[in-house]
Design a protein around this ligand. Structure first.
Ligand code: 0RA
Length: 651
């Protein structure tokens, strides 16, 4: 919205005179520097990486226009970033009305972008699609080199302002654009780029644009990755399954592709032996976390086409009188839906939901037609998919019966809370916290140590069921799972689960700092991720951080959360000339008495909580299925690096 404002005033100023243009440029840059978050989301680590995506997006656009097939990204030794492509090169000619080079305008006029090439098919765009000028304004310095018309052109900027006119600095037979920028320390407190973060996005872009080769290099330590996927999103789908150890149940992956009224559609999907749905959707290379019309179109067409085929070919006999629903057809489905829409409308809380109604029609019609064709030609594949859906429907029916039965016995009913739950006395959910605690003994300490006005304790005995390997009906047979559902009050499953009914503002997982504890925590997180994703997305799930050590000297107690803190505590005592320092390593929560547990882990004034969020659903899916799937080796490796993963979820 603010961007539109700027553009309008800019056009007005162009008509006024040459000087006004300069003033406009300066005020645009000033505004970006004053309100960076408005342009790039935030000035934290996320916004920092967003700078790179903005620049890369321009090169992706050039690829989509059909002029580029190569992008090279490097994190340089000095911490700056270089992005190079082999496109046509940013135009450098002088624009009549301003007397300035087009390159300079692209780099300095906020909102100018590549707009002056009206015929280009610009579909890509980052969070806000703000372009090179914003990155330039937020950089301590920035240099652009354009290869074009047999020559090399160059311009340098500092904090968005050109140091000199565009200059010819050499000859070249190739064409392309190279941008190098150093994020401004006055804007970004932390300027450390993470190779992994950038590489993940480059990998994703390479899957989504199958003609592209993207190379990313880290000059700080020599890491390098090269991404090129001939199969595009089809390869994306099979790699997602491979990484998560899901096995395909049909020989063929289904790929649908087409174009209508300027909208390009690409869909790839495959059924696997899991019970989860893993559908990732993209609009103009942006992950639409909240879905939207493109996804709705796909889902509707999938259900309708498969249902029609099943009915026509009398494949539903074993389903008895059960109606197959969309959910049934999405059990064990991994899919990538990618559309390129000329003028996308983004809606939703995080602006990641596509709103264009014409896109739904385009996708739905295309999938109806092409999927029908595919299954007519591949009846074997169709049969497997429909049998899988019948299995899902039967399990859904069993779950419904189980829920009804347990509801009658009041087990899932929040009016009769489980006996193990020590509830709090305040009833306003926003103020209340539920500690889910590993083991009865730690549960006992937590009950005694808590502030019973707003803290509730639910002790769990041993391990909960691995939800990654079971359907909902099986899970509802598990006592621990039922107890959690009841305590939370949200209900579960299609039509029942409701985040609004959550009885607590914070759900805090408190497990031992050992392998078992981390396993239990992961089981719980998997359960929340798969069946109560709403509460994770709402940021209601936290992980308690009990200390690892108690360093004791006389009457003085110092807690330490890692080895470094422990050593510091010891040093401090020693420097005071104290002796008889006792170090206790906590093996479990149960070793802490109620007061200690309160002081270190439960008191809101002194504790640290890790908030669990889903920054990247794709990554989370991979992590959970690797962790909880059948393969033992990846799970073992994972548990060892688990602490890192939690911190990452917290980003
Ligand atoms: C506007 C027009 C033309 C190319 C570009 C922008 C362009 C911008 C970037 C930014 C990074 N790489 C880029 N590559 C191209 C086309 C002008 C023509 O007709 O040659």
């Amino acid at each position: 919205m603010e961007l539109t404002d700027t553009k309008e005033t800019k056009q007005a100023s162009v008509a006024v005179d040459y000087g006004a243009e300069n003033i406009q440029v300066l005020s645009g840059i000033e505004h970006v520097r004053k309100r960076p978050a408005m342009y790039i989301g935030d000035v934290g680590i996320r916004g920092l990486h967003h700078l790179v995506y903005e620049i890369v997006d321009n090169s992706v656009d050039e690829a989509l226009a059909g002029y580029n097939d190569y992008i090279y990204v490097s994190i340089n030794a000095d911490g700056s970033i270089t992005v190079q492509d082999r496109g046509r090169g940013i135009p450098v000619g002088i624009k009549k009305d301003t007397g300035k080079s087009a390159l300079e305008l692209v780099m300095t006029v906020i909102g100018a972008g590549g707009k002056f090439d009206k015929n280009s098919y610009k579909v890509s765009g980052g969070l806000h699609g703000v372009g090179a000028s914003v990155v330039n304004a937020l950089s301590e310095w920035c240099e652009v080199e354009v290869q074009r018309e047999g020559k090399i052109f160059f311009q340098r900027y500092e904090r968005g302002i050109p140091k000199a006119d565009v200059k010819e600095i050499g000859k070249s037979k190739q064409s392309g654009t190279r941008t190098t920028f150093m994020p401004d320390p006055l804007i970004f407190k932390n300027r450390e780029f993470r190779f992994e973060t950038l590489a993940e996005r480059m990998r994703e872009l390479a899957y989504l644009n199958r003609n592209l080769t993207i190379i990313i290099e880290d000059k700080r330590d020599g890491q390098r990755e090269e991404f090129h996927f001939k199969g595009g999103i089809a390869e994306f789908v099979s790699d997602l399954d491979k990484k998560a150890n899901r096995l395909a149940i049909t020989k063929k992956l289904i790929f649908i592709e087409g174009e209508k009224d300027g909208t390009m559609v690409e869909i790839a999907f495959q059924y696997n032996n899991s019970y989860q749905e893993n559908v990732f959707s993209y609009v103009n290379n942006i992950n639409t976390h909240e879905g939207g019309t493109h996804l709705t179109g796909f889902r509707k067409a999938l259900t309708r086409t498969l249902n029609n085929y099943a009915t026509k070919n009398e494949l539903l006999k074993s389903a008895k009188n059960l109606q197959l629903t969309g959910d049934d057809y999405r059990e064990g489905l991994t899919a990538v839906v990618s559309v390129k829409v000329p003028e996308p409308q983004f809606e939703g809380q995080t602006k990641t939901k596509l709103g264009n109604s014409e896109t739904q029609t385009i996708v739905e019609t295309m999938v109806n037609e092409k999927l029908s064709e595919f299954i007519e030609q591949n009846p074997g594949v169709a049969k497997i998919i429909i049998e899988k859906a019948i299995g899902a429907a039967q399990a859904r029916e069993a779950a419904r019966k189980a829920k009804e039965l347990t509801r009658r016995k009041s087990a899932l009913d929040s009016f009769s809370l489980p006996g193990k739950l020590a509830d709090c006395s305040i009833s306003d959910p926003e103020l209340c916290e539920l500690y889910i605690v590993e083991g009865d003994s730690a549960g006992g300490s937590a009950k005694q140590g808590r502030d019973r006005r707003f803290q509730a304790i639910l002790p769990l005995k041993g391990k909960i069921l691995n939800v990654e390997k079971a359907r909902l009906n099986k899970m509802l047979e598990n006592d621990e799972i039922r107890t959690i559902i009841t305590a939370l009050g949200t209900g579960i499953g299609e039509g029942d689960f409701d985040t609004e009914k959550l009885r607590y503002g914070k759900i805090i997982l408190m497990t031992d700092a050992d392998v078992d504890g981390s396993h239990i925590r992961t089981l719980l997180l998997t359960f929340f991720f798969r069946y109560m994703r709403g509460i994770v997305e709402a940021g209601k799930v936290f992980i308690a951080q009990p200390p690892l050590y108690l360093v004791k000297c006389g009457k003085e107690n110092v807690y330490a959360w890692d080895d470094e803190e422990r050593n510091e505590a010891i040093k401090r005592f020693e420097s005071k000339g104290k002796e008889n320092i006792v170090i206790q390593r906590y093996k479990g929560l149960g070793e802490m008495n109620p007061e200690q547990l309160w002081e270190t882990t439960m008191n809101p004034e002194t504790r640290t909580l890790l908030q669990v969020g889903i920054d990247n659903a794709m990554e989370a899916d991979k992590i959970f299925s690797t962790l909880m799937g059948d393969e033992v080796e990846p799970r073992r490796q994972f548990i060892e690096t688990h602490a890192r993963y939690v911190r990452r979820l917290d980003v």
